[in-house]
Design a protein around this ligand. Structure first.
Ligand code: GDP
Length: 389
C-alpha cells in the first residue's frame, strides 16, 4: 500500500514540475513573414548545428533571438493604370478649366439680342484668336449666320447646339482616329514618336505605355533619344512603373537607329503587343532631321513595319507649333498627332488648325502632367469641354 501511495505522490510531483515547465513564459512561435516584405534568404545553420526550428522545439531549448535582418528596400510595385476608354470624358473638367473662357465668350456673343455685322466679326475674331485658323473660322461664321437666320431663334440651348455642330463638323475626321496598333500574329505593332524637344514627347511615350498597359497590352519602350541622358532615364522610370522593358544604350549619343532596332528585336523576343520608340527632336536642320528619323524608320523596317508615326505638338505654341508640324510632315509620314498641354491653353482651336495643316487626325491629347493625363481624342467630349456642357 505504502508503495502505491509513494508511486501516486511521485506521479503528482512529476506532473506539477512538467506543467510548470510547459507554462514558462518566453516561448514564441516563429512570426509569419510580413506580407509585403520581400523574401529574405534563409540563414544557413552554423556548421554542426541543427537547423533550429522543429528540432530546437522538440528538444525544448529556446533558440537565441535572431539578430534583426537588414531592411531590404521593397521592390517598386507595378502599377495598373486605368484603361483608355472614357479617359477624355473623365478629364473633361480640365478642358472646361482651360477652354471654358473661349467657349463662354463665343456663346455670349451668339446670345446677343442683335447679331449685327460687328457681332459676327467679333465671333470670327474670337475663333481666330482661339487658333481655329482663318479659313475654318470664316466657314463656321457663315454656317452660323445662315442657321440662326433660318431657325429665327437664339435660345441659349439652341445656340449651343448649333455651335457644337459647327465645331464638330470642322474637327471631322472621325473614322480615322483610332491607333492602328493591333499586333500581327505574334509580332508587335510599332509606334515611332517624333517631335521637337520640349513638346512632351518622352512623357507621351511613357503615358502611352500606360494607356496600352491599362488596356491589357504588353509594351516595350525604346529610348532612341540618345542625345539626352535625362530622356533615357525618364523613359526608364516610366517603363519600370508599369513593368515594361526599356531598351536603352548607356552611351550618350549612341546611334538612335540601333537602339530602335534593338527595341523592336526585344519586342519580338518578348512577344510584346506594342513597341514604342522615343526619338530625338533636335530641329537643327531639315536635312539632319530627315537623315536621323529616316534612318531610324528604315532600320526598324528591316525587322517590322512601323504602324504609327505620332507627331507630338505642344498646343500652347500656336503658329510656331504648326510650322514645326509642317517640317516633320515633310520628313516622315506622320499618321497621327498627339496634342499635348491642352490643359495649359485656351486655344483649343489648334485641333482644327493642325488637322487642316497636315491632313492627319489628332489621335491623342495631353491634359496634364499626371501619368494618366493622356486620352484618346474624342471630338464630342472635347467640344462639350469647350462649351461647358
Ligand atoms: P520632350 O523633350 O519632348 O521629350 O518633352 P518631355 O516629355 O520631357 O516634357 C516636357 C515637359 O512637358 C515636362 O515637364 C512634362 O511634364 C510636360 N508635359 C508633357 N505633356 C504635358 C501635358 O499634357 N500637360 C502639361 N501641363 N504638361 C505636359
Amino acid at each position: 500500500m505504502a508503495y502505491v501511495i509513494l508511486i501516486i505522490a511521485l506521479l503528482v510531483v512529476f506532473l506539477i514540475v512538467g506543467g510548470l515547465f510547459f507554462l514558462r513564459p518566453g516561448r514564441r512561435r516563429a512570426a509569419p513573414p510580413a506580407p509585403a516584405a520581400p523574401a529574405a534568404p534563409p540563414t544557413p545553420p552554423a556548421e554542426g548545428q541543427p537547423p533550429g526550428g522543429a528540432a530546437a522545439e522538440a528538444s525544448g531549448t529556446i533558440a537565441p533571438e535572431a539578430p534583426p535582418l537588414p531592411e531590404v528596400p521593397a521592390a517598386p510595385a507595378i502599377e495598373k493604370p486605368p484603361p483608355s476608354a472614357g479617359r477624355m470624358v473623365r478629364l473633361r473638367a480640365r478642358l472646361a478649366r482651360s477652354q471654358g473662357a473661349f467657349g463662354s465668350v463665343l456663346l455670349g456673343l451668339l446670345s446677343r439680342d442683335a447679331l449685327d455685322e460687328a457681332a459676327w466679326e467679333e465671333i470670327e475674331d474670337t475663333l481666330i484668336t482661339g487658333d481655329v485658323g482663318v479659313g475654318p473660322s470664316r466657314q463656321i461664321v457663315t454656317e452660323l449666320r445662315t442657321k440662326t437666320k433660318v431657325a429665327g431663334t437664339r435660345k441659349p440651348e439652341e445656340v449651343r447646339q448649333m455651335l457644337k455642330a459647327e465645331l464638330l463638323a470642322q474637327i471631322g475626321m472621325n473614322g480615322e482616329r483610332a491607333l492602328h496598333l493591333d499586333p500581327r500574329g505574334n509580332r508587335p505593332a510599332v509606334v515611332l514618336m517624333v517631335g521637337v524637344n520640349g513638346t512632351g514627347k518622352t512623357t507621351t511615350c511613357g503615358k502611352l505605355a500606360r494607356v496600352m498597359v491599362g488596356d491589357g497590352r504588353a509594351v516595350v519602350l525604346g529610348a532612341a533619344d540618345t542625345f539626352r541622358a535625362a530622356a533615357v532615364d525618364q523613359l526608364q522610370t516610366w517603363g519600370q512603373r508599369v513593368g515594361a522593358t526599356v531598351v536603352r544604350s548607356d552611351r550618350e549619343g549612341a546611334d538612335p537607329a540601333s537602339v530602335a532596332y534593338e527595341a523592336v528585336g526585344e519586342g519580338i523576343a518578348e512577344r510584346a503587343d506594342v513597341v514604342i520608340v522615343d526619338t530625338a527632336g533636335r530641329l537643327h536642320t531639315k536635312t539632319g532631321l530627315m537623315d536621323e528619323l529616316g534612318k531610324v524608320k528604315r532600320v526598324i523596317e528591316k525587322r517590322l513595319p512601323v504602324d504609327e508615326v505620332l507627331l507630338v505638338l505642344d498646343a500652347t505654341t500656336g503658329q510656331n507649333g504648326l510650322r514645326q508640324a509642317r517640317v516633320f510632315a515633310e520628313v516622315v509620314d506622320v499618321t497621327g498627332i498627339v496634342l499635348t498641354k491642352l490643359d495649359g491653353t485656351a486655344k483649343g482651336g489648334i485641333v482644327i488648325a493642325v488637322q487642316r495643316e497636315l491632313g492627319v487626325p489628332v489621335k491623342l491629347v495631353g491634359l496634364g502632367e499626371g501619368p494618366d493625363d493622356l486620352a484618346p481624342f474624342e471630338p464630342e467630349a472635347f467640344v462639350d469641354g469647350i462649351l461647358g456642357t
